[in-house]
Design a protein around this ligand. Structure first.
Ligand code: ADP
Ligand code: MG
Length: 616
């Protein structure tokens, strides 16, 4: 059954495809695949050369966006405006990535360590969700060009270790790119599906998925039974991958060859990557760059990367131990990721796991598995029964009327999810919990299911109470929402029936609207979040000046207050970039002052200790 849709921009009627595509949104490379005559196939670029889209987003001087191979070239010439590895930032706060910040060649903003990171490109601020959406848009365009129809549904893969926030960020990126994300599927699950493992109800196997990409490594052990993919254990190293192989070659060349004259370290790195790839097929490599000869043999290369490969095996050992399995109990091994093309890697893994590879000579494409998962969702795989799922997302209202999704749509029921919240005002005694259903960013556009008030929170400074909210949905689809303050144990709950009184048409309409309004919703969310963050900072700057007036000069107090006032003005407006920039200015000015206050506090504390000592 074909459906027709109106293209709002151009006003023509287009054939809307029922096809659900599979997407691998990778750290280094991304790709899109679909089912063609019962086979999963990945879509190539227009030249028909490669299925990979480098996960790189470049902003040109006039702020237009370039994604993929062309953006990759800008890594050398314009690194500050070229964003790579954005997947590492999905769902992360600045606190999460502080230790590894120097890894990124672009500017990451650190005004409030607890809120989600933003990336600054010139005078604009972007979330990792928006940047990932650019990559997804490119993939969407690629498949639409190939098939000549509009695509609006997708399944996207994520690492098994991705938490709730990272998965939600991936869904949001899809929505922003105009894709209804029907399912987020674990990468090792997609790898198994790509081999047809788990497609038959009586399959019963233990599979190890070894994934060595550009910058990350993970190993997952899955138990596959009755169409259920259970992750028994997962281990890895988020800073180990093929890029480290390139760096090892660069270091080798810098030591072995006279390379003083090479003008750009980036071009030497690209040469190293070329050498590495060449050595996957040949015994030696030789090339010239700026008149200098660079050479390396496979044996030399293997000696360089052996320690890195050994580190991946150590992770495998831990994953086996966590799964309480011996090497021989692994039925199948699947290799994923470009760096598993290196013969030494293949050999090491096969020796270690002593298992039959399910892989051909090339690594598995996760997007193919995602396309097969999509086909199952579309009901085209007769062998598998579809489990009961929640048709719309369930969540609560947070500051400023934003929807915080707790159980995403298409989650299997029964399900239980908990999340931690806190208060926003000093001494706050009550907390309203309002439960909503729907896909929009603002609760006012979603469907309210009920609300209650958690009363009797003991008075504490804002941010201190620990309030846990649980969503428990049973096999009959009844949702219980429970809130509990963990310090005092006060508790309150309600039961609601999300499916009661809503028709399928209405659900369809809600989904459609969430895609149509994704852009403006995201803008509203970004503004509200910037305002919330700024309001917190305004309050803490006020508090700071009051508490530490003694160690601040009159001039410092005046400037802090002036910057604080500018931030208040910005918050009153609707320009989120201005709010972010003003917030950054205030932070940049006050953070040395805060350090000084801290040092004073510490030296006071030390004095306190020594005085106590003298008392005895
Ligand atoms: P990710 O999962 O991080 O998005 P990929 O799975 O696409 O990344 O892997 C990218 C890595 O694979 C890069 O380091 C790249 O140099 C490496 N790679 C790609 N092809 C080969 C090859 N033929 N031999 C060795 N390494 C390769
Ligand atoms: Mg990958």
């Amino acid at each position: 059954m074909a459906k027709f849709a109106i293209n709002l921009k151009e006003g023509n009627i287009e054939k809307e495809s029922e096809l659900i595509v599979g997407i691998d949104l990778g750290t280094t490379n991304s790709l899109v695949a679909y089912m063609k005559e019962g086979q999963a196939v990945a879509v190539k670029d227009q030249a028909g050369k490669s299925t990979l889209v480098p996960s790189i987003v470049h902003f040109t001087a006039d702020q237009s966006v370039i994604v993929g191979d062309e953006a990759r070239e800008k890594l050398v010439t314009d690194p500050a405006n070229t964003i790579y590895s954005v997947k590492r930032l999905m769902g992360k706060s600045y606190k999460d990535i502080k230790q590894v910040e120097q890894y990124f060649g672009y500017q990451i903003i650190d005004e409030d360590t607890d809120s989600l990171v933003k990336i600054r490109v010139k005078d604009k601020f972007f979330t990792p969700i928006e940047l990932s959406a650019e990559i997804l848009k490119t993939l969407k365009r690629r498949i639409e060009t190939e098939l000549g129809e509009t695509i609006s549904k997708a399944v996207i893969t994520v690492p098994a270790y991705f938490n709730d926030a990272q998965r939600q960020a991936t869904r949001d990126a899809g929505k922003l790119a105009g894709l209804d994300v029907l399912r987020i599927v674990n990468e090792p699950t997609a790898a198994s599906l790509a081999y047809g493992i788990g497609l038959h109800a009586d399959d019963n196997e233990v599979v190890a998925v070894y994934d060595l990409g550009g910058g990350t490594f993970d190993i997952s052990i899955l138990q596959i039974h009755n169409g259920i993919f259970e992750v028994l254990s997962t281990h890895g190293d988020t800073f180990l991958g093929g890029d480290d192989f390139d760096r090892a070659i660069v270091d080798f060349w810098l030591q072995e060859q006279a390379t003083g004259q090479i003008s750009s370290s980036q071009s030497l790195r690209l040469l190293a990557e070329q050498a590495k790839k060449h050595l996957s097929q040949h015994e030696s490599y030789e090339n010239r760059l700026e008149g200098i000869t660079f050479a390396i043999t496979r044996a030399q290369f293997e000696a360089l990367v052996q320690p890195l490969v050994d580190r991946t095996l150590a992770s495998c050992r831990r994953a086996l131990a966590d799964a309480k399995l011996k090497q021989e109990q692994i039925d199948k091994v699947i290799l994923v990721g470009g760096a598993t093309r290196v013969p030494l890697v293949k050999k090491a893994v096969s020796e270690f796991l002593a298992a039959r590879f399910s892989t051909s000579s090339t690594p598995t494409k996760l997007a193919l598995g995602a396309a097969i998962q999509a086909d199952i969702l579309a009901g085209n795989q007769k062998d598998l029964l579809l489990l009961d799922i929640t048709p719309l997302s369930l969540g609560i209202e947070t500051m400023g009327g934003l929807m915080d999704v707790i159980i995403p749509r298409n989650t299997k029921v029964p399900a239980k999810v908990g999340r931690r919240y806190t208060t926003s005002i000093d001494g706050q005694r009550n907390l309203k919990v309002a439960v909503y259903q729907g896909e929009r960013d603002l609760v006012e556009h979603n469907r309210k299911l009920g609300e209650f008030i958690l009363k009797g929170i003991p008075p504490m400074p804002a941010g201190l109470p620990k309030i846990e909210i649980h969503f428990i949905i049973n096999a009959d689809g009844i949702l219980q929402v429970k809130a509990q303050e963990l310090r005092s144990n006060v508790e309150q709950s309600i039961d609601v029936q999300p499916q009661y009184g809503i028709s399928e048409e209405e659900m369809g309409r809600m989904l459609l609207e969430s895609i149509q309004h994704a852009q403006e919703d995201m803008a509203r969310r970004a503004l509200l979040e910037a305002r919330n963050e700024a309001n917190n900072i305004i309050l803490s700057a006020d508090k700071f000046v009051q508490q530490h007036a003694a160690i601040l000069s009159p001039e410092e107090i005046e400037i802090t207050q002036k910057l604080n006032l500018a931030l208040r003005d910005a918050v009153a407006g609707t320009d989120k970039d201005l709010i972010n920039k003003t917030m950054e200015d205030l932070n940049a000015y006050t953070s040395p002052l805060a350090h000084r206050a801290m040092d004073t506090a510490i030296s006071d504390a030390i004095k306190g200790i020594s005085l106590q000592g003298m008392d005895k």
